[in-house]
Design a binder for this molecule. Structure first.
Ligand code: LLP
Length: 391
């Protein structure tokens, strides 16, 4: 992000955002494909030899998906809807890892008929269900066991997934039962891997390292029982800074994360898989919105914009911080609450934020909205979904 001639520009190639606003009709997400390419290049360089399955829940825009597919990514999906979206946009079944705690019979049946590359299993009843359905279809399902090591990565509780209180993955004490289920269903279940995802927005790696060490032992135990076991999926979760743009520091965290992963797992001599979402997309997208009213009370000044929690729910849901800049730079500073049109007091993008002296009709850019922005948008209050454009 950079102002050039007082106009906001996005990404390493400094793309002008104002030029996108001449026909403005509604709030719009803008994704910089060159930025995504640059991030993917950094990540694949750091994680050499690792197959990257992009977690498409972060952003399932068709052009974004095609861009990542062209770069060589696979897709990490969590629903039949995401499977279809991935297949419609260039991915093949052998590019898809299918995770998620609530896969229905219908979803599993379709995934098996399609021949999805790998299913990450999240519970014993799901493993049994997959075995049963695969048998009835005369198929062999390639499964990985998602394990929950009960480890805290110090993130927001709503996006932590590797603790015993979370619904995700299977506790390590379940291994004997999992082994017997796999053996009982050996004609329909092929154990190909184990998987791990401790949560999102991880900025330090002590817990992650501990989890790798725990799961490495399990991998070895399982390897002695199952010759088919050959993959370790270490999930996604690498975080980004939302309070500032510091790409150099993020790159050094990426290197640290990669070194910990590789050093820990190299002795397994197995295929490594990763499922990043936010790190690839977060900075590459902004949400552009227009100020409708400046509302002053005796306590506050509100900039009421035409987008809100219906388009970007992160501030409301996780009290997440997003930088906000006027698309055209303002000289005088002034404190605003930036709020949307939705009938909820949790409908805000920022509170007491120092912005320029913005006025009705001005445009604001909500930064770092490329991941978990549009993909979590809703039509609450029967507001339209925002637009999307790739540049
Ligand atoms: N793999 C699995 C199994 C996941 O559940 C997730 C994210 C990822 C990979 C990708 O994680 P990432 O690299 O993007 O951190 N809506 C929240 C984030 C929820 C993440 C859900 N799972 C947010 O806006 O912060």
């Amino acid at each position: 992000m950079e102002y050039i001639n007082n106009e906001l520009h996005l990404g390493p190639k400094k793309k002008n955002l104002k030029s996108l606003l001449s026909n403005y009709k509604q709030p719009i997400y803008v994704y910089d494909l060159d930025f995504i390419r640059a991030r993917f290049a950094l990540m694949s360089q750091a994680l050499q030899g690792v197959r990257i399955f992009y977690a498409m829940k972060a952003n399932s825009n068709p052009q974004v998906l095609r861009c990542l597919k062209d770069l060589g990514a696979g897709a990490d999906v969590v629903s039949l809807g995401e499977i279809h979206r991935a297949l419609e946009n260039g991915f093949t079944v052998s590019d898809i890892v299918y995770s998620g705690v609530g896969k229905t019979r219908h979803e599993i049946t379709e995934a098996l008929k399609l021949g999805i590359y790998q299913i990450n299993v999240e519970s014993l009843p799901e493993l049994e269900r997959i075995g049963e359905i695969a048998k009835s279809l005369n198929k062999k399902a390639a499964v990985a066991l998602r394990l929950n090591p009960d480890i805290d990565i110090k993130t927001h509780p709503y996006i932590a997934t590797g603790l015993r209180d979370n619904k995700f993955g299977m506790e390590l004490s379940l291994i004997p039962e999992l082994i017997s289920c796999l053996k009982k269903n050996s004609e329909s279940l092929d154990l190909v891997g184990i998987s791990l995802h401790l949560g999102s927005q991880m900025m330090e790696f002590e817990g992650y390292q501990e989890a790798l060490e725990k799961l490495k032992k399990i991998y070895k135990t399982l390897q002695s029982e199952f010759k088919s076991l050959r993959k370790f999926d270490f999930g996604g979760g690498l975080g980004i800074f939302y309070d500032r743009l510091d790409l150099a520091k993020e790159e050094s965290l990426l290197k640290e994360y990669a070194a910990i992963t590789m050093n820990s797992l190299k002795e397994l001599h197995c295929e490594l898989q990763s499922e990043p979402g936010r790190w690839l997309l977060g900075h590459a997208g902004v949400l552009l919105t227009q100020v409708q009213y400046i509302k002053k009370t005796s306590h506050k000044k509100f900039a009421i914009v035409d987008s809100g929690m219906n388009h970007l729910i992160r501030p409301s849901l996780y009290e997440a911080f997003h930088l906000i800049y006027p698309v055209e730079k303002k000289n005088q500073e002034s404190l605003f609450d930036v709020v949307g049109p939705i009938c909820e007091s949790s409908d805000f993008f920022a509170k007491d934020r120092m912005l320029g002296e913005v006025q009705e009709g001005d445009f604001l850019a909500v930064m770092d909205a490329g991941a978990y922005g549009y993909s979590m948008a809703s039509t609450y209050n029967l507001q339209d979904l925002p637009g999307e454009v790739c540049i």
